[in-house]
Design a protein around this ligand. Sequence first.
Ligand code: PLP
Length: 242
Amino acid sequence: MTDAEGRRAELAANLARVEERIAAACAAAGRPREDVTLIVVTKTYPASDVRILHELGVRHVAENRDQDAAPKAAACADLDLTWHFVGQLQTNKVRSVAGYAQVVQSVDRLRLVSALSAAAARTGRELDCLIQVALDADATGRGARGGVAPEGIAELAAAVDDAPGLRLGGLMTVAPLAGPYAGRQRAAFDRLMELSSRLRATRPAATMVSAGMSADLEDAVAAGATHVRIGTAVLGVRPRLG
Ligand SMILES: *Cc1c(COP(=O)(O)O)cnc(C)c1O
């Protein structure tokens, strides 16, 4: 077996295990499997892995650093893939990100909304935006890994409503490592669902709820997540922090 064949077999086996976990979690929650979209987080891994994943049926991938994502997306431009951006985003990277991402999951401040809107206008494409909610927000209203405090959702949602080229897709969170929800993934995801219900009361189209990673996808599916973001469980332990 060549290295490439070996990698393909490894990714296929990992993907099958993750698929089984999602299916089991859906069954346990009484939800149809197609309610939950798998997004594979390919950060730190090469375009060749993205290509294999596409062959294996993956259609959603996510990245968290524009420097890595932009060349990778360009190398995979021939593939039918939806690219999600899930990292903290500086406004000077927005133009690049809008060039390949269809979904930005880390919208957490007004400046980013206006920059994304301007970039979407340039590309002539609509960008789906998720508001990243920080359940560990401190007095500044911001989380350690990005995100806005729950109290800031309404203002951002209104800004996205008014921004040409942007569509409000819903909410995203990362289970916090600190604060009252540390180590309580299920409670954190239940809280996100509550915030999502409140948002959907006035914006019924904002149905996306992105929560759950390799370690806690079951909690996310049980809570009602529509999108899970899985890196390690599909690609392996990352060679460096990403
Ligand atoms: C890296 C990353 C993931 C995937 O995490 P794993 O634990 O490797 O599954 C999900 N969401 C975000 C925002 C990430 O940065």
